[in-house]
Design a protein around this ligand. Structure first.
Ligand SMILES: NC(=O)N[C@@H](CC(=O)O)C(=O)O
Ligand SMILES: [Zn+2]
Ligand SMILES: [Zn+2]
Length: 380
C-alpha cells in the first residue's frame, strides 16, 4: 500500500496528467488498488526490426503500442541509399499486423563513400529521418561503417546541416587499445566534441547512452541540436548483470553495460524531466543460438518489456508525471515531428514475460525472460 499512498499524494502534482484512474477492486479478499496511467502513444527512436522471418516475428511487439519508430539500417547488406530505405520501409509495412497504425521512420547507413546527393534524395523521399553513424567495427553489422569521419564525411555532414537531417550516433571508438568500458567517453572527447564544434547546427542524437560522461556531455550542448536516446537495459541493469550467477549473454549489448554510478546518472537525467533525453529501446533481436554460442552477438531484445521497464524506472524515482514526456513528447519535438494523438494505457498489474518467442528459424529470448513485471501496456 506504500506505493498507493505515494501515488495518491502525488495526484495533484501530476495534473494535467497521465493519470486515467485508480480503481479499488472491492470484490477481492484483500482490498487492492489497480493503478492505471493513460499516456500519449509512445514512439521508439532507436529500433532494430531486421528483415524476413525475424522481422515478421518481432514487429508486432513494437507496432502494438508504439506509433512510430526510427528503424536502424544495419542490415546485411546495410541500407546505404534512399532507394534501399524506401524498399525496406515497404517490407516493414507489409509485415505489420492488420489494423495497426505504426509508421517506420527510415535511416541511412553512413559509409566513407556516402555522397551529399544521397542526403538530398533522402530528404526529398519523405521516408528518411536520420543518417546513422556506425564507426566501422563498433557493433553488430558495422563493418561497412565509417573509418574516418573527419577525413571522409565532411561534405556529407555539411549537406546534412543544410537539409536539417539528424546524425544518429553509435558513440564508441573502436581502437582495441581503449578499454571497452571507456569507449563511449573517448568517443565523446575525440569525435563528438570536435564534431559539434565544427558543426554547431548539425542535429545529433547520441544513441543508447551508457555513462555519466554522456549525460554531462548532452546536458552541456545546445538543447535543440544534441539529444540522447536511453534504453531500458541501461536504466535498470549495471555491468554486474553480465556475470550474475554465470555469464548472461542476453544482457550483453553494445555499448556494454557500465558500473552502477553511471546507471544512476542516466536514471537521474531521464527522470529529471529534461527534454534532451527520450525513449529509444535499441531492441536488437538475435536468434537464441547466436546469443548463446561461444562468440555471442551483441544486442538485447527488449521490445516486449520496454514500456513496463521504463514505467518502473520513473515510478521508482517518484517521477511518473515525467514519463509521458520521455516516451511520447521529447522525441517528436526534437525531430520536429507532430506528437501522436492517440493514447495507450499502462496498468500496474503483474504479468509474466515469456521465456522465449518462437519463429520459423528459431527462438528469441527477451529481456527479463520468465520474470514478472508490472505496468502492462494496452491500447485504449
Ligand atoms: N546494441 C547492440 O548491442 N546491438 C545492435 C547494434 C547497435 O545498436 O549497436 C544490433 O543491431 O544488434
Ligand atoms: Zn549502437
Ligand atoms: Zn541499436
Amino acid at each position: 500500500m506504500l506505493k498507493t499512498s505515494f501515488f495518491s499524494s502525488n495526484i495533484s502534482q501530476l495534473s494535467p496528467l497521465p493519470i486515467l484512474s485508480i480503481r479499488r477492486q472491492t470484490k477481492l479478499k484483500a482490498p487492492c488498488v489497480k493503478m492505471e496511467l493513460s499516456i500519449t502513444r509512445p514512439d521508439d527512436w532507436h529500433l532494430h526490426l531486421r528483415e524476413g522471418e525475424l522481422l515478421e516475428a518481432v514487429v508486432p511487439h513494437s507496432s502494438n503500442h508504439f506509433g512510430r519508430a526510427i528503424i536502424m539500417p544495419n542490415l546485411k547488406p546495410p541500407i546505404t541509399t534512399t532507394v534501399k530505405a524506401v524498399a525496406y520501409q515497404k517490407s516493414i509495412l507489409k509485415s505489420l499486423p492488420e489494423n495497426c497504425d505504426f509508421t517506420p521512420l527510415m535511416t541511412l547507413y553512413l559509409t566513407d563513400t556516402t555522397s551529399p546527393n544521397e542526403i538530398q534524395l533522402a530528404r526529398e523521399s519523405g521516408a528518411v529521418f536520420g543518417v546513422k553513424l556506425y564507426p566501422a567495427g563498433a557493433t553488430t553489422n558495422s563493418e561497412d561503417g565509417v573509418t574516418d569521419l573527419f577525413g571522409k564525411c565532411l561534405p556529407v555532414l555539411e549537406e546534412m546541416v543544410h537539409q536539417n537531417m539528424p546524425l544518429l550516433v553509435h558513440g564508441e571508438v573502436t581502437s582495441s587499445e581503449v578499454d571497452i568500458f571507456d569507449r563511449e567517453k573517448v568517443f565523446i572527447d575525440k569525435i563528438l566534441s570536435p564534431l559539434i564544434q565544427k558543426f554547431p547546427r548539425l542535429k545529433v542524437v547520441m544513441e543508447h547512452i551508457t555513462t555519466k560522461d554522456a549525460v554531462q556531455f548532452v546536458e552541456s550542448c545546445d538543447e535543440g541540436f544534441v539529444a540522447a536516446t536511453v534504453t531500458p537495459q541501461h536504466l535498470v541493469l549495471n555491468r554486474n548483470s553480465l556475470f550474475q550467477g554465470g555469464l548472461q549473454p542476453h544482457n550483453y549489448c553494445l555499448p556494454v553495460l557500465k558500473r552502477e554510478t553511471h546507471r544512476q546518472a542516466i536514471v537521474k537525467a531521464v527522470t529529471s524531466g529534461s527534454k534532451r533525453f527520450f525513449l529509444g529501446t535499441d531492441s536488437a533481436p538475435h536468434e537464441k543460438r547466436t546469443k548463446e554460442r561461444s562468440c555471442g552477438c551483441a544486442g538485447v531484445y527488449n521490445a516486449p518489456v520496454a514500456l513496463s521497464v521504463y514505467a518502473k524506472v520513473f515510478e521508482e524515482a517518484g517521477a511518473l508525471d515525467k514519463l509521458e514526456a520521455f516516451t511520447s513528447f521529447n522525441g517528436p519535438d526534437f525531430y520536429g515531428l507532430p506528437r501522436n494523438t492517440s493514447k495507450i494505457k499502462l496498468t500496474k498489474t503483474p504479468w509474466k514475460v515469456p521465456s522465449s518467442f518462437s519463429f520459423a528459424l528459431g527462438d528469441i529470448v527477451p529481456m527479463f525472460a520468465g520474470e514478472t513485471l508490472e505496468w502492462l501496456p494496452s491500447n485504449l
